[in-house]
Design a protein around this ligand. Structure first.
Ligand code: 2P0
Length: 346
């Protein structure tokens, strides 16, 4: 059984240079979260003709959208280990899925760890990280499930570098979770499932006239974000976060066909937050993933103040409060718990 956190990208992965190997068009940097997570129990069963999947207490059949993605990944994992093992998968998210809170990052990371560990009867995550699965590492396998999942395999602040070729990608921790306690408050403006998946969006990015100029300018922004992290310079980090999120959404909106993930409240929120910061000194900045919901980032020391303000002005919306987390966990229980998310299990 594995618990893997979601992550929020500070420098976004948007666009792929090669689809089959999930080779990103640019390097990305993210903060691993703590409470927003997926727990997945994988139980191999030699009597099964096909995998089974229960997600958030709902059974899914091969052929439906989510089961297709999960079963395809399980088949990929089995193939990498020269096995034909079928699994019972039981999984739960601590947050709403598929609306821009990176459920595919935590979901694919947890699925990869739980299933490979179950196949090898391995209870030590560090040993799994060091193993090779055919020509793949654990990072490679998670990435093939979902690009952003590879960043969820580590805690703290994480960099995924595209490297000189698709087989030379690397994922590394820039700073630990303790280095800089930041908070992420996700204001859920709309929790309906998004209509265009990230995988489709990645492909359309190349059609935007803004995409190539973005790729050319990104190394400089990535350096500024690293500098801000290193020096714990919150206003520099915040400025870069906002510019980066707006630029990614500008690419989306100018893709062909265009993708608009925002709802009306998204732009209202951005205007409100900037006003609060400029006029009232609210120490918080936004970033946005591939969805309409806003991640408000602040330093942990200012969290109560920012949370209070959000609660007062956005009282009709759910706010998910999280902090930077230390990465995934693996447990061998020998049974499937009734509530895999129960905090005392972790
Ligand atoms: C990121 N996102 O860096 C960016 C920012 C969304 C916006 O990675 O096709 O679900 O499975 O590799 O990982 C979402 O893309 O896409 C994503 P696939 P994924 O977090």
């Amino acid at each position: 059984m594995a618990r893997a956190p979601s992550n929020i990208a500070f420098i976004k992965y948007w666009g792929k240079s090669e689809l089959s190997s999930q080779w990103p068009a640019n390097d990305s940097i993210s903060m691993t979260l703590d409470h927003l997570a997926t727990v997945t129990c994988a139980t191999p069963d030699p009597t099964l003709a096909d995998h089974t999947l229960q997600l958030n207490q709902v059974d899914h059949k091969r052929g439906d959208k989510i089961a297709s993605k999960v079963f395809q990944h399980l088949d990929r994992l089995s193939a990498a280990m020269a096995s034909e093992t079928k699994f019972h998968i039981r999984s739960a998210n601590s947050f709403p899925s598929a609306c821009g809170i990176a459920s595919s990052a935590s979901g694919m990371a947890a699925l990869t760890i739980a299933s490979t560990a179950a196949m090898l009867a391995e209870g030590d995550l560090e040993k799994l990280r060091q193993r090779k699965f055919g020509s793949f590492t654990l990072n490679d396998l998670a990435r093939l499930g979902s690009g952003s999942a590879t960043r969820s395999l580590l805690g703290g602040f994480v960099q995924w570098q595209k490297g000189p070729s698709a087989t030379e990608q690397t994922v590394s921790q820039l700073f630990s979770a303790e280095y800089w306690p930041l908070a992420d408050m996700v204001v859920v403006l709309d929790q309906n499932e998004k209509k265009i998946s990230s995988s489709e969006g990645h492909q359309q990015a190349w059609q935007s006239p803004l995409f190539l100029p973005r790729l050319a300018a990104l190394p400089e922004r990535a350096e500024l974000v690293q500098f801000a992290l290193k020096n714990r310079d919150f206003s520099l980090l915040g400025q870069q976060l906002e510019a980066e999120a707006l630029e990614m959404h500008a690419v989306m909106m100018t893709s062909e066909p265009p993708i608009t993930y925002w709802v009306e409240e998204t732009s209202q929120f951005l205007t409100w937050l900037r006003k609060e910061r400029v006029l009232n000194g609210l120490p918080a900045y936004f970033t946005i993933d591939a969805g309409p919901n806003i991640h408000v980032i602040c330093e942990q020391k200012d969290r109560a103040q920012v949370q209070e303000k959000l609660k007062n002005h956005w009282q009709n919306y759910r706010i998910l409060v999280d902090t930077v987390g230390s990465g995934p966990k693996l447990k061998v229980l020998g049974f499937v718990p009734d509530d895999p998310l129960a905090p005392d299990l972790w």
